[in-house]
Design a protein around this ligand. Structure first.
Ligand code: HEM
Length: 257
């Protein structure tokens, strides 16, 4: 029990908690991006995928609650460590910064808070659908799957199933340029946050040393740039007209309910 308590009560413990929760959240954002990129394929893909996730029921809620706990612990540990560092500035205790300060590292607090605010908006936008113009809601219909959706070769959604039209929701959701611009800004800030965060967690886990620090920085920078480009691609493609809603009234689309 004592080691668990010390995770929350010592600086090193809190740094470890911040790294572990950060790692889980990195896993989520990468998985989320890979899932979202299916919007560039046939609408069956992203619609089948979203329906499959919804069909997980209690397991989905378990994952959601786990992610929420990670966000809360991550923000709490970051805030406490920052306050401690302020107090310890010039002193011999507190968490030592062994990574040279960069632009990304100096903006961690602000990029973190803005990403947090973005998540709130994003949930209202796509998960709850409350931050949507009325025309969007009218357009949000049901979709009849034209083909099976498979995960690792297993059919998880059958052709003919009626599912939510997430493809149209995403594409139409990014049609207002201000909304698309806000997403691009938010994922840019998130990528900047990850740039320092990922390097920091390697440091915390003891996986970073003088010999590997330069290649590690290069690999993390490349990964963050790819992450940014992947996220930019979706609102960017809608803004430029490269990604358009699939034709309304096509056989695959059912009436709005
Ligand atoms: C272009 C970028 C993005 C797109 C197109 C996108 C799309 C979506 C969609 C469609 C949903 C709703 C799924 C559903 O309820 O059926 C969703 C949920 C969510 N997104 Fe994103 N997303 C993007 C970026 C992000 C980023 C950068 C984050 C994190 C910082 C994020 C975090 C979440 C979370 C936490 C949920 C709720 C998941 C749940 O309810 O189970 N998204 N996203």
């Amino acid at each position: 029990m004592k080691p668990v308590v010390s995770l929350f009560t010592s600086s090193i413990g809190r740094k470890f908690l911040m790294a572990v929760t950060g790692l889980v959240l990195i896993g989520f954002v990468i998985g989320h991006l890979v899932g979202n990129l299916q919007v560039f394929e046939h609408p069956d893909k992203i619609n089948g995928y979203a329906h499959f996730l919804q069909s997980l029921g209690p397991a989905l809620w378990g994952v959601r609650l786990g992610l929420l706990a990670c966000v809360i612990i991550h923000v709490w540990a970051a805030t406490v460590l920052t306050l401690e560092n302020h107090r310890a500035r010039g002193g011999a205790y507190g968490v030592k910064h062994t990574i040279q300060a960069t632009f990304a590292s100096r903006q961690m607090r602000w990029t973190g808070y803005i990403v947090l605010a973005f998540i709130g908006y994003h949930l209202a936008h796509f998960t709850l659908g409350v931050a949507q113009p009325a025309t969007f809601k009218e357009n949000l219909g049901r979709y009849i799957m034209t083909d099976d959706y498979r995960v690792f070769g297993f059919t998880v959604v059958r052709a003919g199933a009626e599912v939510l039209d997430v493809h149209s929701m995403v594409v139409r959701g990014f049609q207002p340029p201000l909304v698309a611009a806000f997403y691009i800004l938010a994922v840019g800030l998130l990528s900047l946050h990850l740039l320092h965060g990922a390097e920091s967690l390697f440091q915390t886990f003891g996986w970073r040393n003088a010999r590997w620090s330069r290649p590690l920085r290069a690999a993390v920078t490349l990964a963050c740039a790819l992450y940014f480009l992947g996220n930019l691609a979706i609102p960017g493609a809608v803004l430029t007209g490269a990604l358009t809603p699939h034709p309304a009234g096509a056989a695959a689309v059912g009436p709005a309910k």
